[in-house]
Design a protein around this ligand. Structure first.
Ligand SMILES: Nc1ncnc2c1ncn2[C@@H]1O[C@H](COP(=O)(O)OP(=O)(O)OP(=O)(O)O)[C@@H](O)[C@H]1O
Ligand SMILES: [Mg+2]
Length: 259
């Protein structure tokens, strides 16, 4: 059993808001490697929640369990009130259209143009928009949103790292998700490009009122985008609170994040 204390600050108690994600006692091991040991998380409607944890602490594993790409050993995951373990394939697919996932890296399809990359999710989830949707209009609008209208006919290899990240974000947004999961949105980018991506994330949240879960190592990113934070340490939600609350903590493991 894990004996670590949970550090929970006052700001966490906000029971009146709608719960978009509710993770309870999530556990996942690979052989003898116990990655998640009873992780809990609540994401409320309209908020930006940042998760920080050391490399290898299980952030990506957690997010993969959340979208059903990986099966947890135990625990309970509710997405907008629905327990994902009880859903059939069709219901799961439907729920997935409400969740945008920006993968670590950008995961564009290298053999497709920018336009084709953006059309892909629209074709896959036709039912969400009806059969006679104008995909070209949606694609153009999504690209404009991230300031990359001029790249529509380019191949991913012709784009810089920051541009790829923005195209991937446009592809995520095109399905108008209610929840966006960002896995390391600024990793591998220079500070100026990182700042642009962070600004874009904030603008998107305001414009579309999405609820976002943001996984990052980047303290600057966390300070700017987070309304609340969760620190993943030893496989649990070790500490929760605002950036300012956690940055002022005297706990040794919490302090280590803010050096
Ligand atoms: N499919 C898998 N099979 C075996 N072990 C895995 C698998 N996926 C992840 N792990 C292990 O789980 C642990 C957590 O990995 P995870 O990718 O979640 O880390 P992370 O917190 O996202 O790290 P980073 O910040 O480097 O992205 C690591 O020890 C990793 O080796
Ligand atoms: Mg990761």
């Amino acid at each position: 059993m894990n004996q670590s204390q949970h550090i929970e600050k006052q700001s966490v108690k906000q029971t009146s808001r709608k719960l978009m994600l509710d993770i309870k006692d999530l556990r996942k091991s690979f052989g003898d490697t116990h990655v998640l040991n009873g992780f809990n998380l609540e994401l409320y409607e309209g908020e930006n929640l940042v998760i920080m944890g050391k490399s290898g602490s299980g952030k990506s594993v957690m997010i993969k369990c959340l979208v059903g790409l990986m099966q947890p050993d135990s625990g309970n995951i509710k997405v907008m009130g629905k327990d994902i373990a009880t859903l059939n394939q069709i219901e799961l697919d439907e729920l997935r259209t409400e969740i945008g996932f920006l993968f670590q890296g950008s995961a564009l399809y290298d053999s497709m143009t920018v336009r084709e990359n953006l059309e892909f999710p629209l074709r896959r989830h036709k039912h969400k928009f009806g059969t006679n949707i104008d995909t070209s209009e949606l694609v153009a609008e999504a690209l404009e949103n991230v300031g990359l209208a001029h790249t529509i006919d380019l191949m991913p290899e012709e784009l810089s790292g920051g541009m790829k990240r923005r195209v991937a974000l446009a592809r995520t947004l095109i399905l108008r998700p209610k929840i966006i999961l960002y896995d390391e949105p600024t990793s591998g980018l220079d500070p100026i490009t990182s700042k642009e991506i962070i600004e874009l994330m904030r603008r998107i949240q305001k414009q579309y009122k999405t609820s976002s879960l943001i996984i990052t190592h980047d303290v600057d990113c966390a300070r700017v985008v987070s309304e609340r934070m969760v620190l993943l340490v030893d496989g649990i939600d070790y500490a929760k609170g605002t950036f300012a609350e956690l940055a002022a903590s005297s706990d040794k493991k919490v302090k280590a994040f803010f050096k």
